[in-house]
Design a protein around this ligand. Structure first.
Ligand code: SF4
Length: 331
């Protein structure tokens, strides 16, 4: 250790999960200045990170990397995981984005809460090396929770960070993390499942559908989070809310889309993306929509709202086979 600990600041990749929280708090407690940064993408709920930062007194910086992430998803350098999760490329992108902020924040190196051997795809040592190489910042990265088990990089070899402050956590067990949390006085943190939608098989199916129809943009990705999805034509989908919360979300983002509501019936909202000019397809959309009103009679009136214009149509229930034919879901 050649310098004072506070001479050089670090930027931390912060997801809100316990490991990234521990890495930040441990480094701060050891005397280092750390800027936690959350990288926003359409696949991870930001609420988890905001809450975790707030509960633990962290000043969180949020950066939107959606555009870069979308670009990467089209052509990742490494393979996808079990679903459509390109974890190595994704981690590399986050480190690269953090690295690109070093000058702005007057920071010198990058940290994360990764623990060697904890996750099958992205936290093996060769995967960590790949992440470092792909990011372009390999020599500036340290992983304080397991750095003792890894090769030294500049923060250690240059003496910006004291090797004695590095830990040797490894494997899938959580005991040492929980002990450290208690030592650091951390009592509130989210459950381990990170909630990345790219690891969810039904979400992934809907995402593959978007990709194959070349509709991977921010709006369509936002819609992908809510409701049951039905592919009607190459350009049109029907989305039906599954509960009140989802109906609220669909209503909130319905601008520019066609909204479906049952007249005189309590039930879900529907949203049509694209233009449905084929009357047969419109009829099908109405039938599917009406079928998701279990307490409604066999047929009834549906209001189609486009901006301020509202038109009434008739909808009739159909059988499960027809729903299955159009629904984008494994269920
Ligand atoms: S789980 Fe999702 S957010 Fe996490 S690295 Fe993989 S793709 Fe990225």
């Amino acid at each position: 250790m050649k310098q004072n600990k506070s001479d050089y600041a670090a930027i931390a990749l912060f997801s809100g999960g316990l490991d990234s929280l521990l890495a930040v708090k441990w480094m701060q407690k050891s005397g280092y200045k750390v800027y936690p940064v959350y990288f926003l993408t359409p696949y991870m709920p930001i609420e988890r990170a905001l809450e975790s930062a707030r509960d633990n007194g962290l000043d969180l910086i949020v950066r939107d990397i959606t555009a870069e992430h979308l670009k990467m998803m089209h052509n990742p350098e490494t393979s996808f995981g079990k679903n459509l999760n390109p974890c190595i490329d994704c981690h590399a992108l986050m480190f690269r984005s953090a690295g690109n902020m070093l000058e702005e924040l007057n920071a010198r190196y990058l940290i994360s809460g990764e623990v060697i051997g904890q996750r099958p795809m992205s936290q093996r040592s060769n995967a960590m090396n790949q992440v470092g190489n792909l990011s372009g910042y390999r020599e500036l990265i340290i992983r304080p929770l397991c750095q003792k088990l890894l090769r030294d990089t500049a923060p250690l070899s240059e003496g910006w960070v004291d090797a004695a402050d590095m830990l040797d956590f490894h494997g899938r067990g959580r005991t040492r993390q929980l002990d450290l949390a208690s030592e650091l006085g951390i009592t509130r943190f989210p459950p381990p499942a990170g909630g990345c939608l790219l690891t969810d098989k039904n979400y992934t199916l809907r995402l593959r559908d978007l990709i194959s129809h070349q509709q991977m943009d921010k709006e369509n990705l936002e819609l992908l989070k809510y409701g049951r999805h039905f592919r009607l034509t190459d350009t049109t989908k029907l989305i039906i809310g599954r509960d009140e919360k989802e109906n609220g979300s669909l209503e909130r983002i319905c601008q520019g889309y066609t909204l479906l509501k049952a007249k005189d019936q309590i039930g879900p909202l529907g949203l049509l993306t694209g233009e449905l000019t084929d009357p047969l397809m419109l009829d099908l959309a109405l039938k599917i929509f009406w079928t998701y009103h279990p307490k409604a009679p066999q047929s009834g009136t549906i209001i189609i709202q486009q901006g301020k214009k509202a038109t009434e149509y008739n909808g009739q229930k159909v059988g499960p086979e027809l729903l299955k034919q159009y629904r984008i879901s494994y269920d």
